[in-house]
Design a binder for this molecule. Structure first.
Ligand SMILES: Nc1ncnc2c1ncn2[C@@H]1O[C@H](COP(=O)(O)OP(=O)(O)O)[C@@H](O)[C@H]1O
Ligand SMILES: [Mg+2]
Length: 676
């Protein structure tokens, strides 16, 4: 399929009719660049392509939160007459029945009172084709199946979500379904259920039973619709929840940058300063008190040692002198005894001499000057000091000084922390924003929970209704399936359904291997760290995707940078697109926004030119820099510029070419292009 031309009439910012030529000029120039500032209508171009192809059945458009009618109404240019409305027209070529044909789909819509009417008309090779028009939703499935549309037409800003492997699972599942035509199998299965049910219904004989059954079927249908609504509500709630979470993250970041953490902890910080100051004062008082005790004596320790030595010597000398007095008297008595016992004169004289000499020696002392004359209690106090009390005091004082220093430094820290608390009016706004965001998050979470519960309940009710119908039918049918034909159809339908289920499983199994290989190949081509991923595994039952790094561990995309995640998502899409075997144009809206220089070059060199035979790149002017063009140069067919014109209050479409070394008419002089 090749898009040739898109015509927008009063769609979004395009007031009046605008033609955008999309066909590449040659097969080796597949890239068409559509550039424009934000708000110039790039996304509108992507949406218009999808709208033209799929109408109300457009898969997963991000701006389509509300109903289709509301969406169409919003798309009518605000300066146009709503009664005349708007139109998109897409011309493309595609192979059909073995030959190329040109198709043109035109969708118009306009307001009638408060409703929106819309029509579609499809022509083939220049002539309106009524059959094709009437069954367009089926035809488009054979040309560009909705199941794979996401792989070819996507918004670069949003694909990053697919790097979340949970989200990717859904993508892989729809893609596998789409690729293999399994959605057709699914629909067939559903249709068979309907056929079976209808036959059984017809076989119900009694009027009463018929009525009862019809009532139950109506209940079933209603519960189906409720289930779908509930699922949509869950989707919406999930989106809101994500949005609320992002706002919380943003406000928390801003608050942190403004010192909000300290602000919110201000009372605690002030308490801490209070405590630190108290502790400082306490240790200071303790030290002062200690210094009023034995402390100062530490300065006199050598003097005390000398004093004690002197006092001890003085005491020993005095003791000796006192002893000499006592000995003189006893010696006299002993000499008297010796004389009465008639001990010889010689001996007595010798003893008397010895005594006299000993006493004289004691009395004369060691010549120590009596300077201190210290009291015995005082001496023993001084001796205790030296024996350990001074050492203990020294240790105690050392500890007190240390404690004081520690208390002082933590008091200073606490003081600084308090001084750094931002003033209330500086952070008030951020604090309020953060608190509001937190409560919005809590509410969004509660709503999401409620929506999820609602959806579970709706699913349960639908299941019950389903069983009721089934049960009732079987009851009513048990004896009544008389018609041979009806019975045969019911039986065959059941058997066919089982066969289809088996077919689906087998086909999926076989094709997942191929898809794994193709995804791995695009990952390795695109991701910067060549060996980052060694293996891709897809669980054929759950469609769960697992990426294994070179050391065999599963890759957690959360650990990649935003740019890498975006490339990962592009690789997934590219791999799946190749696996689809479909030859469809690729349209990417704003693909480079989040990429750094290296990643940009990867995407530009290795992906864009090879993505398909027609690659329409919608990007902001700032993305298409001259170095981008240098890399893309030879593969670019032409450039289109979308520019909002204040005069006409409309976006205008300008077309330019560059190639063959010369700039053709209508080229954009402000962009310099080097040939490579
Ligand atoms: N019905 C409308 N009438 C006029 N302008 C519209 C209408 N709907 C959207 N716009 C404008 O179109 C612009 C959005 O276009 P969009 O395709 O998102 O641009 P881009 O993708 O280039 O940023 C916005 O400026 C918006 O105001
Ligand atoms: Mg956009």
């Amino acid at each position: 399929m090749i898009f040739e031309e898109l015509v927008l009439s009063d769609v979004g910012p395009f007031a009046g009719e605008h033609r955008i030529l999309l066909a590449p000029r040659s097969t080796d120039q597949p890239v068409i660049l559509l550039g424009g500032l934000n708000g110039s209508g790039k996304t509108t171009v992507l949406e218009s392509l999808l709208l033209a192809l799929y109408g109300a059945l457009t898969p997963g458009s991000t701006r389509r939160a509300g109903s289709y009618e509301k969406y169409l109404r919003q798309l009518i240019n605000r300066y146009a007459d709503p009664g005349r409305g708007a139109a998109v027209e897409l011309a493309f070529r595609a192979i059909r029945d073995g030959a190329w044909h040109t198709f043109r789909i035109q969708r118009r819509w306009w307001a009638v009172n408060d409703r929106i009417r819309d029509t579609v008309e499809v022509s083939r090779d220049g002539a309106v084709d009524i059959v094709l028009t009437e069954a367009w939703p089926e035809h488009v499935e054979t040309l560009a199946p909705r199941g794979v549309a996401n792989l070819f037409f996507f918004d670069g800003e949003q694909i990053e979500a697919f790097a979340d492997l949970e989200m990717a699972k859904e993508l892989v599942r729809t893609a596998i379904g789409g690729l293999l035509g399994l959605d057709l199998v699914d629909r067939l299965q559903e249709d068979l259920v309907v056929v079976e049910r209808r036959k059984r219904m017809n076989a119900v004989a009694g009027e009463k039973e018929q009525q009862l059954l019809q009532a139950q079927v109506a209940t079933l249908e209603a519960s189906r619709r409720q289930e779908a609504d509930a699922l949509q509500a869950v989707d919406e709630a999930e989106r809101d929840l994500g949005h609320a979470q992002r706002i919380v993250d943003q406000t928390a970041q801003r608050l942190a940058a403004e010192g909000g953490d300290r602000y919110r902890a201000r009372e605690e910080l002030q308490d801490r300063r209070h405590e630190a100051l108290a502790r400082y004062r306490q240790s200071r008082a303790a030290l002062v008190e200690a210094l009023g005790g034995l402390g100062p004596l530490l300065l006199l320790e050598p003097l005390i040692e000398q004093t004690v030595a002197q006092a001890v010597a003085e005491r020993r000398q005095t003791d000796n002198q006192n002893l000499a007095e006592m000995l003189t008297e006893r010696d006299a008595r002993l000499l008297d005894v010796l004389r009465r016992q008639r001990v010889s004169e010689n001996v007595r004289q010798a003893i008397a001499d010895f005594f006299a000499e000993d006493v004289a020696h004691r009395k004369s002392g060691q010549g120590i000057p009596q300077v201190l004359g210290i009291q015995p209690q005082t001496l023993s106090f001084a001796e205790r000091l030296l024996a350990g009390e001074l050492d203990e005091e020294r240790e105690y004082l050392r500890r007190s000084v240390e404690e004081l220093a520690a208390a002082q430094s933590s008091a200073e820290d606490a003081e600084r922390a308090v001084e750094a608390i931002p003033a209330t009016d500086a952070v008030e706004e951020s604090v309020a924003a953060y608190e509001k965001a937190m409560s919005a998050l809590a509410e969004a979470h509660a709503r999401w929970e409620a929506a999820r519960r609602g959806s579970e309940e709706a699913a349960a009710r639908r299941l019950a209704a389903d069983r009721n119908v089934q049960h009732e039918l079987l009851q009513a049918n048990a004896t009544l399936l008389q018609s041979e034909e009806a019975r045969r159809i019911v039986e065959h339908a059941e058997r066919a359904r089982n066969t289809l289920a088996q077919l689906r499983a087998a086909a999926t199994q076989r094709h997942t291997k191929r898809i794994e290989a193709l995804i791995l190949d695009s990952l390795q081509t695109l991701l910067r760290k060549e060996k980052l991923i060694r293996e891709v595994r897809i669980d054929p039952e759950t469609s769960e995707l697992e990426l294994l790094t070179h050391d065999g561990h599963p890759l957690r995309p959360g650990t990649l940078s935003a740019g890498e995640r975006q490339l990962l998502a592009v690789s997934l899409l590219a791999g799946l697109a190749r696996a689809s075997g479909r030859l469809l144009p690729v349209v990417i809206d704003t693909p480079l926004g989040r990429l750094d220089r290296d990643h940009r070059h990867r995407l530009i060199e290795r992906y864009l030119p090879q993505a398909s035979h027609q690659v329409i790149v919608l990007s902001t002017d700032s993305e298409i820099t001259s170095d981008v063009l240098v890399h893309l140069g030879s593969s670019v067919s032409h450039m289109i510029k979308l520019q909002f014109d204040q005069e006409t209050r409309s976006t205008v479409v300008k077309q330019g070419y560059f190639s063959d070394g010369q700039e053709a008419e209508g080229s954009f002089p402000e962009i310099e292009v080097k040939q490579v």
